[in-house]
Design a protein around this ligand. Structure first.
Ligand SMILES: [Zn+2]
Ligand SMILES: [Zn+2]
Length: 347
């Protein structure tokens, strides 16, 4: 089968690899779509802390935002059969350590991340193997394309469900990448009255407004902190979700927050924060919380999508084939100016 392999920073290739063997509790899935994420691009360029501190080791078989169909099941699998449409968690437990044996798989001592840190072979491949405990059925109402956007939605869900959101809540979302847009779409469905998208490109801000933002602020053209204050009648945003990972956005997040407001920090910062004026964080009595993906959120998003018409297909700006993927990675810096979510159609 074919698999996309990042062999070292800047070196990516589509390789012919052996079809994986299945353990009794594992399932072989044929991948339909797999989304390209900022993390995949960072592993390709090597420009990420996870590479510098040795948590990501090359070669890496990347890809972790996928949807597919069951091809074959191990002898002990009971809940899945060939042909079932599926998605998965993006962490895989060992099923052997003390924590796994006691049922606390989220505390597994040997957790592997799909296609990233401590890598479980990823989804830019014809097939991916998944233990039964990490696989979920997809209802017919969720398309294969929409299903490949469930993973960024789990991050948005982890951020937004920490707060109480009402029609009076004003939320500012910094960043117009997939997680930023997923946050906007979900905030709308959770009933936030004001959702302000803050970004650098008008084309992406337009998509943000189509997906659910009530207002858009281009922070290359205007002072974003002041703009959010004006849009909210000098109140500020009750919740600021910072998804961009750009160091200056931290200052902006503090400036646009309401007194007593919350900052949900989702972006990863490649550089140490410098020249941060923290005085107004204290003065406004803000609370900041770091947000990461969590195991167990995929079924919640499936449920949410099935009950509402929440769809992120609108943020898919390009679909390429697996053969085209190495070329896309090589040229991504130019493409990313307009792309939000790129899906690789595999089978
Ligand atoms: Zn991702
Ligand atoms: Zn374990």
């Amino acid at each position: 089968m074919r698999a996309l392999v990042v062999e070292s920073p800047g070196k990516i290739a589509l390789r012919e690899v052996a079809l994986p063997e299945l353990k009794d509790d594992e399932i072989l899935c044929r991948v339909t779509y797999s989304g390209i994420c900022g993390t995949d691009l960072a592993i390709y360029t090597g420009e990420t802390n996870f590479v510098r501190d040795g948590q990501i080791k090359y070669p890496v078989r990347i890809g972790h935002e996928w949807s597919g169909r069951v091809e074959r099941v191990g002898a002990a699998v009971t809940k899945f059969k060939p042909g079932d449409r599926v998605v998965s968690d993006n962490g895989v437990c060992c099923r052997e350590c003390k924590m796994c044996k006691s049922g606390n798989i989220q505390l597994c001592e040997n957790m592997k991340s799909v296609g990233t840190i401590n890598c479980w072979d990823g989804s830019f491949a014809d097939y991916i193997v998944m233990p039964e405990c990490h696989l979920y059925h997809l209802p017919d109402t969720i398309s294969d394309k929409n299903a490949a956007t469930i993973e960024p939605l789990t991050i948005a869900y982890a951020a937004l469900t920490k707060y109480s959101i009402t029609p009076e809540t004003a939320i500012a979302v910094i960043g117009t990448g997939a997680i930023g847009l997923a946050t906007i779409a979900l905030a709308k469905f959770m009933g936030a009255g004001r959702i302000i998208s803050v970004g650098r490109r008008d084309t992406k801000l337009d998509i943000a407004q189509k997906i659910g933002a009530t207002d858009a602020v281009n922070n290359t053209k205007t002072d974003a902190g002041r703009a959010v204050m004006e849009l909210t009648g000098s109140h500020g945003a009750d919740l600021v979700v910072e998804t961009s990972g750009a160091a200056p956005a931290v200052q902006q997040a503090i400036e646009m927050a309401a007194e007593g407001g919350h900052l949900a920090m989702v972006g990863f910062y490649e550089e140490p924060l410098q020249n941060l004026d923290f005085g107004s964080f204290v003065f406004k009595r803000l609370t900041a919380k770091g947000i990461m993906g969590e195991l167990g959120l995929v079924p919640k998003i499936i449920d949410y999508m099935a009950k509402t018409n929440l769809s992120l297909e609108g943020m898919v700006t390009r679909i390429i084939s697996l053969d085209e993927a190495p070329g896309y990675f090589a040229g991504h810096r130019e493409m990313r100016k307009s792309d939000i979510k790129v899906l690789v159609k595999i089978n």
